[in-house]
Design a protein around this ligand. Structure first.
Ligand SMILES: *[C@@H]1O[C@H](CO)[C@@H](O)[C@H](O)[C@H]1NC(C)=O
Ligand SMILES: *[C@@H]1O[C@H](CO)[C@@H](O)[C@H](O)[C@H]1NC(C)=O
Length: 189
Protein backbone atom coordinates (compact mmCIF):
# COMPACT_ATOMS: atom_id res chain seq x y z
CA UNK A 1 0.00 0.00 0.00
CA UNK A 2 2.77 2.36 0.93
CA UNK A 3 4.65 1.39 -2.24
CA UNK A 4 1.57 2.11 -4.32
CA UNK A 5 1.14 5.49 -2.66
CA UNK A 6 4.75 6.34 -3.42
CA UNK A 7 4.33 5.32 -7.00
CA UNK A 8 1.24 7.48 -7.27
CA UNK A 9 3.06 10.47 -5.80
CA UNK A 10 5.91 9.90 -8.20
CA UNK A 11 3.51 9.74 -11.14
CA UNK A 12 1.87 12.99 -10.05
CA UNK A 13 5.24 14.64 -9.67
CA UNK A 14 6.28 13.61 -13.17
CA UNK A 15 3.01 14.88 -14.63
CA UNK A 16 3.61 18.22 -12.91
CA UNK A 17 7.15 18.20 -14.21
CA UNK A 18 6.04 17.50 -17.77
CA UNK A 19 3.52 20.35 -17.53
CA UNK A 20 6.21 22.74 -16.35
CA UNK A 21 8.34 21.72 -19.32
CA UNK A 22 5.44 22.23 -21.70
CA UNK A 23 4.71 25.67 -20.33
CA UNK A 24 8.33 26.64 -20.59
CA UNK A 25 8.46 25.61 -24.24
CA UNK A 26 5.60 27.87 -25.23
CA UNK A 27 6.38 30.82 -22.95
CA UNK A 28 6.56 34.05 -24.90
CA UNK A 29 9.65 35.86 -23.58
CA UNK A 30 9.58 38.43 -26.38
CA UNK A 31 9.15 41.35 -23.98
CA UNK A 32 12.40 40.48 -22.21
CA UNK A 33 14.20 39.85 -25.51
CA UNK A 34 12.90 43.14 -26.89
CA UNK A 35 14.27 45.05 -23.91
CA UNK A 36 17.72 43.50 -24.47
CA UNK A 37 17.72 44.20 -28.20
CA UNK A 38 16.46 47.76 -27.63
CA UNK A 39 19.41 48.41 -25.32
CA UNK A 40 21.78 47.11 -27.99
CA UNK A 41 20.20 49.28 -30.66
CA UNK A 42 20.40 52.31 -28.38
CA UNK A 43 24.15 51.83 -27.94
CA UNK A 44 24.57 51.59 -31.72
CA UNK A 45 22.46 54.73 -32.18
CA UNK A 46 25.12 56.53 -30.14
CA UNK A 47 28.22 54.76 -31.46
CA UNK A 48 27.23 54.95 -35.14
CA UNK A 49 26.84 58.74 -35.31
CA UNK A 50 29.84 59.17 -32.98
CA UNK A 51 32.05 57.34 -35.50
CA UNK A 52 30.69 59.36 -38.42
CA UNK A 53 31.30 62.57 -36.44
CA UNK A 54 34.90 61.53 -35.72
CA UNK A 55 35.41 61.08 -39.46
CA UNK A 56 33.69 64.35 -40.39
CA UNK A 57 35.73 66.29 -37.82
CA UNK A 58 39.02 64.62 -38.83
CA UNK A 59 39.36 63.20 -35.32
CA UNK A 60 39.53 59.60 -36.39
CA UNK A 61 42.47 57.75 -34.82
CA UNK A 62 43.22 54.31 -33.39
CA UNK A 63 42.41 55.74 -29.94
CA UNK A 64 39.15 57.50 -30.76
CA UNK A 65 37.83 54.65 -32.91
CA UNK A 66 39.11 52.10 -30.38
CA UNK A 67 36.90 53.64 -27.70
CA UNK A 68 33.83 53.28 -29.91
CA UNK A 69 34.75 49.74 -30.99
CA UNK A 70 35.17 48.79 -27.33
CA UNK A 71 31.74 50.11 -26.44
CA UNK A 72 30.21 48.29 -29.43
CA UNK A 73 31.95 45.07 -28.35
CA UNK A 74 30.78 45.49 -24.76
CA UNK A 75 27.20 46.05 -25.91
CA UNK A 76 27.16 42.91 -28.06
CA UNK A 77 28.77 40.89 -25.26
CA UNK A 78 26.11 42.10 -22.82
CA UNK A 79 23.48 41.17 -25.40
CA UNK A 80 24.78 37.61 -25.68
CA UNK A 81 24.91 37.17 -21.92
CA UNK A 82 21.44 38.62 -21.37
CA UNK A 83 19.87 36.61 -24.19
CA UNK A 84 21.52 33.41 -22.97
CA UNK A 85 19.96 34.03 -19.54
CA UNK A 86 16.50 34.49 -21.08
CA UNK A 87 14.27 31.44 -21.64
CA UNK A 88 13.80 30.50 -25.27
CA UNK A 89 10.72 32.32 -26.54
CA UNK A 90 7.71 30.68 -28.09
CA UNK A 91 7.42 34.05 -29.79
CA UNK A 92 4.42 35.74 -31.29
CA UNK A 93 3.47 37.12 -34.67
CA UNK A 94 0.52 39.04 -33.23
CA UNK A 95 1.26 40.10 -29.63
CA UNK A 96 3.63 43.06 -29.33
CA UNK A 97 6.56 43.02 -29.37
CA UNK A 98 6.27 40.57 -32.26
CA UNK A 99 9.12 38.41 -33.55
CA UNK A 100 9.42 40.63 -36.62
CA UNK A 101 9.55 43.87 -34.62
CA UNK A 102 12.43 42.55 -32.54
CA UNK A 103 14.29 41.25 -35.61
CA UNK A 104 13.89 44.63 -37.31
CA UNK A 105 15.42 46.37 -34.26
CA UNK A 106 18.28 43.86 -34.27
CA UNK A 107 18.86 44.52 -38.00
CA UNK A 108 18.92 48.23 -37.29
CA UNK A 109 21.72 47.76 -34.76
CA UNK A 110 23.70 45.67 -37.24
CA UNK A 111 23.17 48.15 -40.05
CA UNK A 112 24.35 51.00 -37.85
CA UNK A 113 27.58 49.10 -37.20
CA UNK A 114 28.25 48.24 -40.83
CA UNK A 115 27.26 51.66 -42.17
CA UNK A 116 29.25 53.70 -39.66
CA UNK A 117 32.38 51.61 -40.27
CA UNK A 118 32.09 51.52 -44.04
CA UNK A 119 34.42 54.50 -44.58
CA UNK A 120 37.16 53.55 -42.11
CA UNK A 121 39.37 51.51 -44.44
CA UNK A 122 39.27 54.15 -47.18
CA UNK A 123 39.91 56.88 -44.59
CA UNK A 124 43.23 55.21 -43.76
CA UNK A 125 43.74 56.83 -40.33
CA UNK A 126 43.28 53.63 -38.37
CA UNK A 127 45.88 51.17 -39.62
CA UNK A 128 44.96 48.66 -36.92
CA UNK A 129 41.30 48.62 -37.98
CA UNK A 130 41.55 44.98 -39.19
CA UNK A 131 42.74 43.98 -35.71
CA UNK A 132 39.79 45.80 -34.13
CA UNK A 133 37.42 44.06 -36.51
CA UNK A 134 39.03 40.70 -35.77
CA UNK A 135 38.26 41.30 -32.07
CA UNK A 136 34.70 42.47 -32.60
CA UNK A 137 33.75 39.93 -35.29
CA UNK A 138 33.43 36.80 -33.10
CA UNK A 139 31.60 38.87 -30.44
CA UNK A 140 28.97 40.04 -32.95
CA UNK A 141 28.73 36.56 -34.48
CA UNK A 142 28.10 35.02 -31.06
CA UNK A 143 25.37 37.57 -30.31
CA UNK A 144 23.62 36.85 -33.62
CA UNK A 145 23.77 33.10 -33.00
CA UNK A 146 22.42 33.53 -29.46
CA UNK A 147 19.65 35.84 -30.72
CA UNK A 148 18.58 33.14 -33.17
CA UNK A 149 18.54 30.64 -30.28
CA UNK A 150 16.60 32.67 -27.72
CA UNK A 151 14.13 33.86 -30.36
CA UNK A 152 14.19 30.84 -32.69
CA UNK A 153 14.75 31.61 -36.34
CA UNK A 154 14.78 35.37 -35.70
CA UNK A 155 17.94 35.73 -37.76
CA UNK A 156 16.13 34.88 -41.00
CA UNK A 157 14.45 38.31 -41.10
CA UNK A 158 17.72 39.97 -40.08
CA UNK A 159 19.31 38.22 -43.07
CA UNK A 160 16.72 39.71 -45.39
CA UNK A 161 17.04 43.18 -43.84
CA UNK A 162 20.84 43.03 -44.16
CA UNK A 163 20.73 42.12 -47.83
CA UNK A 164 22.69 45.25 -48.73
CA UNK A 165 24.52 46.02 -45.48
CA UNK A 166 25.82 42.44 -45.45
CA UNK A 167 28.21 43.28 -48.25
CA UNK A 168 29.73 46.03 -46.10
CA UNK A 169 30.20 43.59 -43.24
CA UNK A 170 32.14 41.28 -45.53
CA UNK A 171 34.18 44.13 -47.02
CA UNK A 172 35.06 45.31 -43.50
CA UNK A 173 36.22 41.82 -42.50
CA UNK A 174 33.28 40.71 -40.35
CA UNK A 175 33.40 37.25 -41.89
CA UNK A 176 32.18 35.31 -38.85
CA UNK A 177 29.31 37.74 -38.32
CA UNK A 178 28.41 37.45 -41.99
CA UNK A 179 28.46 33.65 -41.71
CA UNK A 180 26.29 33.74 -38.56
CA UNK A 181 23.65 35.83 -40.33
CA UNK A 182 24.07 34.64 -43.93
CA UNK A 183 22.51 37.76 -45.45
CA UNK A 184 20.12 36.96 -48.27
CA UNK A 185 21.48 38.12 -51.58
CA UNK A 186 19.39 40.62 -53.50
CA UNK A 187 16.85 39.02 -55.83
CA UNK A 188 17.72 39.51 -59.49
CA UNK A 189 14.35 40.80 -60.61
C1 LIG B 1 18.30 29.85 -36.74
O1 LIG B 1 17.48 29.02 -35.97
C2 LIG B 1 16.70 28.10 -36.74
C3 LIG B 1 15.87 27.26 -35.79
O2 LIG B 1 15.25 28.00 -34.85
C4 LIG B 1 17.61 27.20 -37.56
O3 LIG B 1 16.81 26.36 -38.36
C5 LIG B 1 18.51 28.06 -38.44
O4 LIG B 1 19.43 27.24 -39.12
C6 LIG B 1 19.26 29.06 -37.60
N1 LIG B 1 19.97 29.96 -38.50
C7 LIG B 1 21.28 30.21 -38.41
C8 LIG B 1 21.83 31.12 -39.44
O5 LIG B 1 21.96 29.73 -37.54
C1 LIG C 1 36.92 37.27 -45.21
O1 LIG C 1 36.41 36.72 -46.40
C2 LIG C 1 36.97 37.27 -47.58
C3 LIG C 1 36.19 36.75 -48.78
O2 LIG C 1 35.65 35.51 -48.55
C4 LIG C 1 38.44 36.94 -47.62
O3 LIG C 1 39.02 37.49 -48.79
C5 LIG C 1 39.12 37.50 -46.39
O4 LIG C 1 40.47 37.12 -46.36
C6 LIG C 1 38.42 37.05 -45.13
N1 LIG C 1 38.96 37.78 -44.00
C7 LIG C 1 39.30 37.23 -42.86
C8 LIG C 1 39.78 38.16 -41.80
O5 LIG C 1 39.24 36.02 -42.67
Amino acid sequence: MLALYRLFTLALASVACARTLDVRQVTNTNAAINAIVDRLDETMRHAGPAILTLMANHKLSPTTLGTQMDSIGAAFRRTTTALAATPVSGGSTTVMPTNDEIAVTYSDAMQLVSASLSGIIRNGRVPNFPTMVATLDPIMAAAATQFNKTLPNSISLVAIMLRDAGQFLLAEGFNQTFAAIKPTTAPTT
